[in-house]
Design a protein around this ligand. Structure first.
Ligand code: DX5
Ligand code: ZN
Length: 217
């Protein structure tokens, strides 16, 4: 599978309506939304008032990536946005199994994200309960960072774990995804490609999405 999920973090926030207009006309599959709290990551992005505005501007599935401590406190608010996927960090959830259950009870798909230093093996006991595993391919908190090469091995190990366990989880990657890294990630077994600076701000973002789609097919 090759789904493209543009990350709004790289958008022009003064013109969100315009950004969403090209996004809706593009071949993009999901909209990736990065929420930061200045505690879990050393940056603050946007919160629910902005998300509510954006959610009204698209019919495409929303992938809400919570880079915050105690994300379980916000399950209802994320559900009320109409989000399709609620994405929490393994490192931020003390009771990850319970949080996944609660996300499912709220009617959303559950995605679990790993920071670059967190091993794939930490998911062995819940791999059959999650819908998506997202690997951070940069350290979370900022857009336009350099892709961490070691991530390719990690994707291969995650693909092995998913195959061996019979899990149906999709593999998503976030950070430094562009025309160069995307085909290499595809070969390693990725399903969903988050991409910020490689599409937003480009002269023809629709063409960039199309190109990434082709390069990963
Ligand atoms: C980083 C965010 C990413 C970011 C990716 O913490 O989670 O989604 O927007 O940006 P690029 O694609 O520019 O690396
Ligand atoms: Zn993200």
């Amino acid at each position: 599978m090759n789904l493209i999920a543009p990350s709004l973090l790289a958008a022009d926030f003064a013109h969100l309506d315009r950004e969403m207009e090209w996004f809706n006309r593009s071949e993009a599959d999901w909209l990736h939304l990065d929420v930061m709290d200045g505690v879990f990551v050393p940056n603050i992005s946007f919160g629910f008032p902005v998300l509510e505005h954006v959610a009204r501007l698209t019919e495409k599935p929303l992938d809400v990536h919570l880079m915050i401590v105690q994300p379980e406190k916000f399950i209802t608010q994320v559900r009320d946005l109409g989000a399709a996927i609620m994405n929490v960090h393994q490192e931020a959830c003390v009771h990850l199994h319970r949080t996944i259950q609660q996300i499912h009870e709220a009617g959303m798909k559950a995605a679990v994200t790993l920071n670059p230093a967190t091993p794939v093996s930490t998911l062995e006991d819940i791999i059959c309960d999650v819908d998506v595993v997202m690997l951070m391919t940069v350290n979370p908190g900022f857009g336009a960072q350099k892709f961490i090469e070691h991530s390719l091995n990690k994707v291969r190990r995650l693909r092995q774990l998913i195959t061996q366990s019979g899990s149906a989880a999709l593999i998503e990657v976030d950070g430094g995804v562009n025309r160069t890294t995307a085909p290499r990630l595809a070969e390693a077994g990725v399903d969903v490609y988050v991409t910020g600076s490689a599409v937003f701000g480009k002269p023809d973002p629709i063409a960039e999405v199309k190109e990434l789609k082709l390069l990963t097919s």
